[in-house]
Each structure stands twice: as C-alpha cells, then as structure tokens.
Design a protein around this ligand. Sequence first.
Ligand SMILES: [Ca+2]
Ligand SMILES: [Ca+2]
Length: 142
Amino acid sequence: MEDGLMEMCVGEKRQLLIPPHLAYGERGVTDQVPGSAVMLFDVELIEIEEGLPEGYMFIWNDEVPPGLFAEMDKDNNGEVEPSEFTNYIMQQVNDGKGRLAPGFDAYRIIDNMFSNQDRNGDGKITEEEFKLKADEASHDEL
Ligand SMILES: [Ca+2]
Ligand SMILES: [Ca+2]
C-alpha cells in the first residue's frame, strides 16, 4: 500500500493490486479476509496536509508567543479553563500561527493537551502548572 501511494499527486486516481504476501498472507483474517486473498483498492488522493514531527500533536509555526499564559487567560482570573484553552488553540490554528496533527480530531487533541497541562486534574490550568510543563519540554505540549 505504501509503495503504491508513492509520488501520488492530488486528484490522481490509482488502482492498487496487492498480492497476498504483501497483504494478509495465506492465513487471511478470520471472517474478514479469506486466505491468500489478492487485495484490490481504488484510491484517489483528495488532499495532502503537511505532517508534524514524530510524536507532536501541536506545533507553533513561528515563535511561541511570550505572554502565552496571560493570552490564554482571557478573563484574567489566573486560571485557564478548558474553554479558554480550546478557544485559544483554535484561534492560533485559524490564524495560521500553530498547527494540529492532521488526521486526528482537533478537539480530542486539545483535550489531551489540556489534561497534560492540568497536573492536579482540577479542570483548570494555573500559571504554576503551566510553567512546570513548559520547563519539561516534552512532546505534544505547548
Ligand atoms: Ca481564566
Ligand atoms: Ca490544575
């Protein structure tokens, strides 16, 4: 399948014929693919989106905004609530300042990002939690 999709252009259609040894082999898949099946796929490349580096679910296209926490905390109460967080990230994506990993549900990614930052799981991110996470410089974080 991977070989067959190489160098494909948007709008291009191909028919891929995949022999059993590159597909499900002599055994097949119980109740789904008979043994020694030849797979035939009609594929059309609809769209190409640039991916993110391995392990990342969100990246900044440019510099990370300096006053990030304050920018997210719209109502200025010293805590970032899920709605503030979601709105902020979606805004960055819409403005072309950041990118979410393609092929995943945006809101699920943002949910995960929020849970990662919300260390004590109380449903809001404090500046302290935010700093701790930022210092760790791990994957899929802000
Ligand atoms: Ca707030
Ligand atoms: Ca918290």
